[in-house]
Design a protein. Structure first.
Length: 297
């Protein structure tokens, strides 16, 4: 008995790294898994092979059920067709895990338009495309009188939540994904659909591309991609239905809840009407305390 017995889940970018680990854990927990992966290089460059079929092979070898798919998450009709194909093959869809992506890190002043557009497209539009088509499927199901327990699990990151040098494109996309998840949670609550996000840390080829590698000592590895997968599996389960609109950061053996933007302090104008240009500087200084603070502290 697993926490996902009888459930059907699509995982994007499921052929490698975190996505592969999620697919294996979801299958272990009893889900039928659609392993989506376009099979691109670490900067999003084309390759001839999708690794999705290999992961399907691993799942079937352990007695699970899975389907490979090589559609790009940026392909709008392709994501709609993926939802349809999943329902045709497995009879339903219960969760989507938005995980596909790649990096094109550059310092702001050296970042090209293409580096920006490509990273925004794969992370932000890709997350929107599958989320939108899955949510439309669930809304239509509810309207036809059926009960739904849909789950959207999206992938944000420390760069999106706290910022990171060299990642204007990626951090902006990941931050927007956290907000998209929040709005999805608000809009889809009435249909029995939750939306949450995970912020993982793992030694995948993506992390290696910015200089971090796995622990080779044979000891339990804090950066093993599989560390985040039990949290993803639980978020896909029926049991997690009480929780929506949350960001869970998974670092090794620890899961933490990250709060969204909140108002820290305020200054009201002296007149009680609009602030004047003359009082803004002193007002903000007063509001933030005597010491100058920068960088969002
Ligand atoms: N590795 C980390 O520490 C870390 C930290 C925070 C967030 N993340 C996020 O986790 C997710 C997975 O990253 P990873 O480290 O496993 O990277 P990875 O490069 O190992 O895997 C990403 C997979 O996505 C696939 N992919 C890329 N573009 C695609 C597209 N258009 N359509 C379908 N598939 C596509 C790739 O082929 C690849 O197999 C990403 O969203 C990443 O931003 C990773």
């Amino acid at each position: 008995m697993g926490v996902l017995d009888g459930r059907v889940v699509i995982v994007t970018g499921g052929g490698r790294g975190l996505g592969r680990a999620h697919c294996l854990e979801l299958a272990r927990q009893g889900a039928s898994v659609v392993v989506n992966d376009l099979g691109v290089g670490v900067r999003g460059e084309s390759t001839d092979q999708s690794p999705a079929q290999e992961v399907v092979g691993e799942i079937t070898a352990m007695g699970g059920s899975a389907l490979a798919d090589a559609t790009s998450v940026t392909d709008w009709p392709g994501m709609e067709a993926l939802v349809e194909r999943t329902v045709e093959r497995f009879g339903d869809l219960h969760a989507v895990v938005n995980n596909a992506g790649f990096l094109r890190d550059r310092i702001l002043t050296a970042m090209s338009e293409d580096d920006f557009d490509a990273v925004i497209a794969v992370h932000l539009k890709g997350t929107f495309a599958l989320t939108r088509h899955a949510c439309t499927y669930w809304r239509d199901k509810v309207k036809s009188g059926a009960k739904v327990s849909g789950r959207v699990v999206s992938t944000t990151s420390g760069a999106g939540l706290f910022g990171n040098v060299g990642q204007t494109n990626y951090g902006s996309a990941k931050s927007a994904i956290a907000t998209m998840m929040l709005i999805t949670a608000m809009e889809m609550q009435r249909y029995g659909v939750t939306a949450n996000a995970v912020s993982p840390i793992a030694a995948t080829r993506m992390l290696a591309s910015i200089g971090r590698t796995a622990d080779q000592s044979g000891a339990w590895d804090r950066l093993d991609p599989a560390n985040a997968s039990p949290v993803v599996a639980w978020l896909c389960s029926e049991e997690s239905g009480w929780m929506s609109g949350q960001v869970l950061r998974v670092d090794g053996n620890t899961v933490s809840r990250v709060k969204s933007w909140e108002v820290a302090e305020a200054y009201r104008s002296r007149s009680g009407e609009a602030l004047t240009a003359e009082e803004v500087g002193t007002g903000i200084r007063k509001m933030m305390g005597a010491l100058p603070r920068g960088l969002g502290a």
